[in-house]
Design a protein around this ligand. Structure first.
Ligand code: MN
Length: 443
């Protein structure tokens, strides 16, 4: 059985996280499959593009439909296409005024989208279909960050938004077929808009792929019913820029731009952990009944830090305590059942037990959603324990199982959690907990 467990872990885990930093920005991406059988959202995150653009960063969210062929391919290829354009190669050749540099970047981006879409059309995956023509497409919502500017580049109905000075200063426009200009282009190309959808089917009016709507021989790429032309929005960078969110419609269908940005701002008062912020955005969407694949990418600038050093210290101590409690709970839950049939707790059980222990000890989580706001921390602790356990168990199963049966900590006998959460209280608690574990091992 042990050999099959890593695969189980992969199947169970429908939420994935990516995080990193570089070029003065921090980022995190959270991708959640939602209630769907397949995951068609993809992302890319490049903190430093290839020379001579190494001081530029590029992030994007792609929401695929009718398969993930287009979204996956685009996520890997898009930067290559716009960086290779003639316009981009002119950029650093001589000192050009800002307006000319901006023009080159915009034309380079547009060319990149058009050329990538053309190359996509020729791929064998796009041709393989039983007669009705090539299938599948994807949105693209991108952020290109240069030392001077932030560009939000959008094709389709995913959305990018920039918050600076606590306000939404830039937001992309969703390409819906019912918008007057989009509808006009669609109808000129011989298609109609029914039930807000192109041809009664496609929910967006611009995308990568979707070649069945890009096949009128007399029209160029920008005049077809579905156009690959991105909208490009620019912002001149300031030290007060806080964060960018890029998300698929799994988020935006149930949340307003301003409201989500305000929520994120509030969460940043309680955490510096971008992964947990992205996870909470998805939790909120799920609570509002989003069943779609949902992806949130967050790119944060230094001004996004809203916690005071004291607050950060307290939050770090609290997180450490929650981690320790979760570790104990997992041990306890696993040891509750027979050793041959190790009980693997689910996230709800863990949340519930952790909350109970915190409540009984009078420890409150000082944010506006209680322990639910720490879901990501709990999930991460649990996943780390599971992956450590699995790798050990695969290497030496009998040794690990016998160790498990010897540890058996009991929650009833564990030391009380500290009432005040700070570094000293945490140190005292860790000491008491270790002494208790020693006693248990001794007895
Ligand atoms: Mn979607």
């Amino acid at each position: 059985m042990s050999a099959s467990q890593p695969m189980m872990l992969e199947l169970e885990n429908q939420r994935n996280y990516v995080a990193g930093s570089g070029n003065g920005v921090q980022f995190a991406v959270c991708l959640d499959q939602g209630g769907q059988k397949t995951m068609e959202d993809c992302h890319s995150a490049v903190t430093a593009l290839d020379e001579p653009f190494s001081c530029w960063s590029f992030f994007a969210v792609y929401d695929g439909h009718e398969g993930n062929a287009v979204s996956q391919w685009s996520a890997v290829q898009l930067p290559r296409f716009f960086l290779a354009s003639h316009e981009m190669s002119q950029l650093y050749k001589e000192h050009l005024p800002a307006s000319e540099r901006d023009g080159l970047i915009r034309r380079g981006l547009l060319k990149g989208f058009l050329q990538m879409d053309e190359e996509l059309r020729g791929l064998p995956e796009m041709q393989a279909d039983g007669g009705s023509g090539p299938r599948g497409g994807s949105t693209a919502s991108c952020a290109l960050i240069t030392p001077e500017w932030i560009y939000l580049v959008n094709c389709g109905d995913s959305r990018g938004v920039l918050v600076s000075r606590r306000t939404v200063v830039l937001a992309s426009r969703d390409h819906k077929p019912s918008l007057p200009a989009e509808r006009q282009r669609i109808e000129r190309a011989g298609f109609c808009v029914q039930r807000q959808r192109l041809d009664g089917r496609l929910a967006m009016s611009r995308s990568l792929g979707d070649f069945r709507y890009k096949a009128v021989a007399t029209l160029d790429a920008l005049q077809q019913a579905v156009s690959p032309e991105p909208d490009i929005f620019r912002w001149e960078r300031t030290v007060q820029d806080e964060f960018i969110l890029l998300a698929s419609d799994g988020i935006w269908d149930v949340m307003e731009t301003e409201a989500l940005c305000e929520d994120v701002g509030q969460w940043l008062e309680h955490t510096n952990d971008l992964q947990s912020v992205c996870a909470r955005a998805i939790d909120e969407a799920v609570m509002r009944d989003s069943r779609d694949n949902a992806t949130v990418a967050m790119i944060a600038f230094p001004a996004s830090v809203r916690m005071s050093p004291e607050k950060l210290q307290m939050e770090t101590a609290l997180d450490k305590i929650i981690e320790l409690v979760v570790t104990d709970v997992v041990h306890w839950l696993e040891n509750k059942s027979d050793e041959d049939d190790v009980h693997v707790p689910d996230l709800q059980e863990l949340l519930c037990c952790t909350r109970t222990i915190m409540d009984e000890n009078g420890v409150s989580v000082p944010n506006n959603s209680g322990i639910g706001g720490k879901r990501h921390l709990i999930e991460r602790t649990w996943n780390r324990m599971r992956s450590e356990r699995l790798s050990v168990r695969c290497a030496m199963p009998s040794w690990c199982l016998s160790l498990m049966s010897r540890i058996k900590p009991r929650l009833a006998g564990r030391p009380p959690l500290p009432r005040t959460i700070d570094a000293d209280a945490l140190a005292a608690y860790v000491q008491a907990r270790d002494a208790d574990a020693d006693r248990q091992r001794g007895g």
